[in-house]
Write a protein that binds this ligand. Sequence first.
Ligand code: ADP
Ligand code: ASP
Ligand code: MG
Length: 404
Amino acid sequence: MTLIVQKYGGTSVNDPERIKIVADYIAHTKNRGNDVVVVVSAMGKQTDQLIRLAKDVSDVHPGREMDMLLTAGERISMSLLCMALSELNIKAASFTGSQAGIITDTFHTKASIVEIKPDRVVTALKDGFVPVIAGFQGVSVEKDITTLGRGGSDTTAVAIATALNADVCEIYTDVSGVFTADPRIVPNAKKLSSLDYDEMLEIAANGGKVLALRSVEFARRHDVPIHVRSSFTWEPGTWVKKEDKNMEEALVSAVTHDVSEAKITATKVPDKPGIAASLFRELADKAINVDMIVQNTSTDGNTDISFTVPRTDLETALKVTKEVLPQLGGTEVLADSEVAKVSIIGAGMKTQPGVTALTFETLAGCDINIEMISTSPIRISCLIRQDAVEQAVQALHSAFDLDK
Ligand code: ADP
Ligand code: ASP
Ligand code: MG
């Protein structure tokens, strides 16, 4: 029997009508003789609303309490979906992350899964139920409720698919697959029929939020095929899987953009060994993910270090940098949230010169200044002003013929 994990995002279960439509499709999949496990996100923008509520009540947000609050959203959708399934005579049972055996570390609001003990889910499946699991949440090794970071239901789905050795993990969302750019910004972006894990990792890590980064890391490590598809049209979507020999290595597969980072600059830091190490060690110990880094060449024995961090971590990162800087001999710390990162991603660029040149020429042609650059073998990223991001994405998308 085929075992299918189906994950439904917030828009897919936005309101009672949508929950009934999704229940119908699950029933249809089950009645065709498949085993189905469902992972569900909170309805619509409920997670954002819960975060707003927390801000309205207090300026202090202890991680443990934030996680307890945020997991409530998925509890609502999972139980409602089970009720809608019962109406269709499908036996269904909801499970919180903790009940589904998702064990995490203790980093509240961005916990990582360390182990999965899906015994209750397995028993429910054996008894003919459709288990409906709350996405985005788990229980820590210290028995506190945790969440897996924004978009974390994708990670729950892939993790459960791995633990149950499912045949496929289907991610249902509001677009029909992974596109050559965010279709909200580039209306003529094209759907990709398949991508390998490495390209999808770069897309997810650089703003293509159609899949959460951790979910792709998980899928690559355990070789779980992901099928990203629409819960509005149900048409075949994009397959994310291990590269096969026939897969064409496109020069450029996608352009992504990311407006979720901020830039910090530490000025006039002595240019000597160990300085960057001390600063980035302190940031790492606070679980802050540093992305791009630029260190200016020193003239008078001093240097400026600029780096980007998630905006959600800006406050903490600034505090850490300000604390460390005097010990290092630096003078000033500047923060800038008006930045955006645009990236060009494609497995084919490994072997083809000219991609960097065309990227820079295209941005220059739009009079867009590049503030920072970072690369991987299959990616080029440029940090630019946030107000130029749409123009940059559209120009790069057409410069690399992605609309053809
Ligand atoms: P869900 O709530 O279903 O998890 P998300 O909002 O997290 O949905 O992800 C889907 C959204 O990702 C789309 O609506 C789209 O705007 C955005 N997106 C960004 N980049 C891409 C891309 N390259 N391809 C498809 N969608 C993308
Ligand atoms: N509800 C969570 C969020 O909005 C998790 C998810 O949707 O994947 O981030
Ligand atoms: Mg998502």
